[in-house]
Design a protein around this ligand. Structure first.
Ligand code: SAM
Length: 216
């Protein structure tokens, strides 16, 4: 499993700086729509929150009636999550989510966590999720975006990070076998994010994903 020494060192500062679940109303609306779509397909949806950080989104999903397991490779971030949301389950794991039975989940949410995974590995991870999720499951990915096609490393304050052009992220999802449901792209706001923010919701359709599970 990967380690995240940057997040371990910065966890207290991070928790103080980002004390709210959502940075903008749109972020919240996207999660609300994701929840509605999950409920349409499943009476008792279960979601894996990948890179859950301090657990705000897991907490929000839980209050919205969604079962949730949060995973993160930073023990210090997980400590915040466990303190803040003692009734929820949090697991020390990275984006491969090997420790979680994704076949029991009807959704995966990864907000601003896959940015810390090398782009080629993101594609492999998405293919792995596709293979393990069941038909109809939904994936929500949020990341810093770019107006230039491709993936671009940027100067994130905590750890190595890459931002994605929305079409490139959509291509990674569809290449893994998912079908795009919708996306949002928001422009940087005053005093808030520096880059466009991308959210994409995609569905685990019937078609087969490509590639083997190549986790090394
Ligand atoms: C910017 S925070 C986002 C936290 C949360 N998802 C949210 O929306 O508030 C990024 C999180 O991704 C986690 N992370 C970093 N590398 C990761 C990886 N390889 N797999 C899963 N999570 C990772 C970090 O430890 C950190 O908690």
């Amino acid at each position: 499993m990967v380690e995240q020494p940057g997040y371990d060192a910065m966890a207290d500062i991070y928790a103080g700086t980002f004390s709210e679940a959502f940075g903008t109303p749109l972020e919240q609306r996207v999660v609300d729509v994701f929840v509605d779509l999950l409920r349409d397909g499943d009476d008792r949806p279960m979601v894996c929150d990948i890179g859950c950080g301090t657990g705000h989104i897991a907490g929000y999903l839980s209050v919205s009636g969604i079962g949730v397991v949060g995973i993160d490779p930073s023990p210090a971030m997980l400590a915040h999550a466990r303190r803040g949301y003692p009734g929820l389950s949090f697991v020390d794991a990275d984006a491969w989510a090997s420790e979680v039975a994704l076949e029991d989940c009807s959704g995966v949410i990864a907000r601003f966590s896959l940015i810390h995974v090398e782009p080629q590995q993101v594609r492999q991870i998405l293919a792995s999720w596709f293979r393990r999720l069941t038909e109809g499951s939904l994936v929500l990915i949020a990341c810093q975006g770019s107006d230039n096609p491709g993936v671009h490393e940027f100067d994130h304050a905590v750890a190595r990070a890459w931002r994605w052009h929305p079409d490139t992220l959509a291509d990674a999802l569809t290449s893994a076998g998912f079908t795009e449901v919708f996306r949002t792209v928001s422009r940087p706001g005053e005093g808030f994010h520096r880059f466009p923010e991308v959210h994409i919701v995609a569905k685990r359709s019937v078609a087969q994903g490509n590639g083997d599970d190549v986790r090394s």
